[in-house]
Design a binder for this molecule. Structure first.
Ligand SMILES: NC(=O)c1ccc[n+]([C@@H]2O[C@H](COP(=O)([O-])OP(=O)(O)OC[C@H]3O[C@@H](n4cnc5c(N)ncnc54)[C@H](OP(=O)(O)O)[C@@H]3O)[C@@H](O)[C@H]2O)c1
Length: 344
């Protein structure tokens, strides 16, 4: 088995490999993955040293958790995170492979939000049953905030705060049932709000600290440094465009939809610099976020064994210092963003 250096999760004593595995893909995100392919992908990831796996009840309404647990059950020393906030109620009408909430052929359940004290505890128990594991290491409060909940955001925030959701997570951590908790979200403001309510060990921040955007440098990353809260970077390719670049034919994906023009222009600018230095765009995307000292791990979405092998190569690709210097000079990344090699 290969090894990948580990980094600490807050002050918990838990450490994760700096390259991990985002298992939304294994819930059939946008495209079906067979059970055999899902297993081969996870086995390849574990062999390659990607021994931190992130899943969620939402990913195929339990399908990703089932597949992850099946592959991990007898494998020691793998860190697993899953999420809380969505409960799955049986739904016999889910029988075909229509895409539901972005996932093809989900399990026969319908989703219900519940961030209350009891909802969080129930969600955790259900996840253990689906995973077939006796424990998970990290729980993330999934998609709390206005981006997903719109006008309902206040109601769910009350459930999490005065309704005891955060208290339930603190209890699970205090009694040692889990090692760490935090939020798993695609937005920044709610992270700052939650940090005022509880001591978060780690935040899974998806798409908001990437080679394309660094607003998290303003308030969130400094707050995390003060509080000892780690960041796990989800969606490091902003859901695709930083992996594919702009030059291939076919649709481009940015934050789960088509990219606006200014984003395409920005990626083209980065691509031009990458081409001049012989650098692969997704290698730069992975290595850029790992240069921030608050980032514990980066977890790209991987859907087949070839992607796993390719991703390990990208993570290890040698990227010259001149490339990073030119990105900064051309203002294609923020001046205050730490770059690989800065500290050397
Ligand atoms: N709220 C939350 O907590 C939250 C939100 C979003 C994400 N996350 C976590 O972050 C993980 C990753 O996010 P994500 O999957 O949404 O986005 P992502 O990692 O930014 O992008 C995944 C996309 O990039 C493509 N890709 C990956 N490597 C590639 C390569 N080397 N060349 C070309 N294309 C490549 C994949 O295509 P293929 O399918 O063709 O491989 C897939 O479409 C999730 O699995 C989840 O664990 C959490």
């Amino acid at each position: 088995m290969a090894t990948i250096p580990t980094r600490a999760i807050g002050t918990t004593g838990l450490a994760v490999p700096e390259l991990g595995f985002g298992a939304a893909s294994l819930g059939n995100l946008y495209q079906p993955v067979s059970d055999a392919d899902a297993r081969a992908t996870l086995d390849a990831a574990l062999d390659a040293g990607l021994r931190y796996i992130d899943t969620a009840p939402h990913y195929g309404r339990g399908l990703s958790e089932r597949r992850v647990g099946e592959a991990l059950r007898l494998v020691p020393d793998v860190v697993v995170s899953t999420k809380v906030g969505r409960l799955m109620d049986p739904d016999p009408s889910v029988t075909d492979d229509t895409e539901r909430d972005g996932f093809r052929s989900p399990m026969p359940f319908r989703m219900r939000y519940d961030y209350t004290h009891d909802g969080i505890l129930r969600s955790h128990e259900h996840s253990l049953q689906r995973l077939g594991l006796a424990h998970v290491d990290i729980l993330y409060v999934h998609d709390i905030g206005g981006l997903v909940h719109g006008a309902e955001a206040g109601r769910y925030w009350e459930q999490l705060t005065t309704g005891g959701g955060l208290r339930a997570l603190e209890r699970l951590r205090d009694e040692g049932t889990i090692r760490a908790f935090g939020l798993g979200v695609n937005e920044i403001a709610v992270c700052l709000d939650a940090m005022r309510e509880a001591r978060l060990d780690v935040i899974l921040l998806a798409g908001r600290y990437t080679l394309l955007e660094q607003h998290a440098l303003d308030a969130l990353l400094p707050a995390c440094a003060d509080a000892g809260t780690s960041i796990v970077v989800g969606g490091p390719y902003n859901s695709g465009i930083l992996a594919t670049g702009t030059k291939r034919g076919g649709p481009l994906h940015y934050d789960y939809g088509p990219p606006p023009e200014d984003i395409v222009a920005r990626v083209r600018g980065i691509e031009a610099v990458a081409d001049r230095h012989g650098v692969t765009l997704p290698a730069a995307a992975l290595q850029f976020v790992l240069a921030h000292p608050q980032v514990a791990s980066v977890i790209p979405g991987l859907g087949n064994p070839q992607r796993v092998a390719q991703t390990v190569d990208l993570y290890r690709e040698s990227v010259p210092a001149d490339f990073w210097a030119e990105l900064r000079r051309e203002r294609l990344v923020r001046e205050d963003a730490p770059l690989p090699g800065d500290a050397a």
